[in-house]
Design a protein around this ligand. Sequence first.
Ligand SMILES: N[C@@H](CCC(=O)N[C@@H](CS)C(=O)NCC(=O)O)C(=O)O
Length: 203
Amino acid sequence: MKLFYSPGACSLGIHVVLEEIGAPFTAQRISTRDGSNLKPDYLAVNPKAKVPTLVLGDGTVITEYPSIAMYLARSNPTAGLLPEDLLGEIDCLSVLDYITGTVHPMGFTRQFRAARFAKDAADEARVIADGKAAAESYLQVLAAGLRGPWYFGAQYTLADSALFFIEQWCGRAQITPPPAISDHHRRMLARPAVQRALATESA
Ligand SMILES: N[C@@H](CCC(=O)N[C@@H](CS)C(=O)NCC(=O)O)C(=O)O
């Protein structure tokens, strides 16, 4: 398997999942900051020009964070990254969708890529402020759902690694998360799989 990631991007959550599973994989760095995701070589793999992208050994390409995460968890059931009951699994998918479909784009992308959403340069400060306010309110929702020590209580799941990339972004966005989220972030940083993924991405 090969993971295309950009350092510190949402692909970090998938990188952590791969490290948790422990199956062999190659981490292929591209940078969305320097526009490598727009180059023809990468567009041939993922025409959406986004990370993460997972390429399986037989060449199958999987895009979109929740789909990649679900594939990895379902194809490696012994890693136990999904609740076992159907409604638990659906709850987990719901958290992944909320984080990647709402919190990420509406809260954080608006702050980190304000120019894309602003009418002109003068409008960027408003876009950033709106993104920050939205992110703070989404974090309250996530904190209220956190059952601790992991998102769903005793079992560590895909929801935890997705929440982790958001927690990493709070510093860059100068957001102080609710205490339950900061505590969860500290627990994540203590996990060897998280430390391995961070070491690779910062090398
Ligand atoms: N819907 C996609 C969104 C992924 C996404 O927005 N990734 C960002 C990095 S965090 C990206 O690749 N941005 C590059 C760009 O928009 O130019 C998913 O869930 O995988």
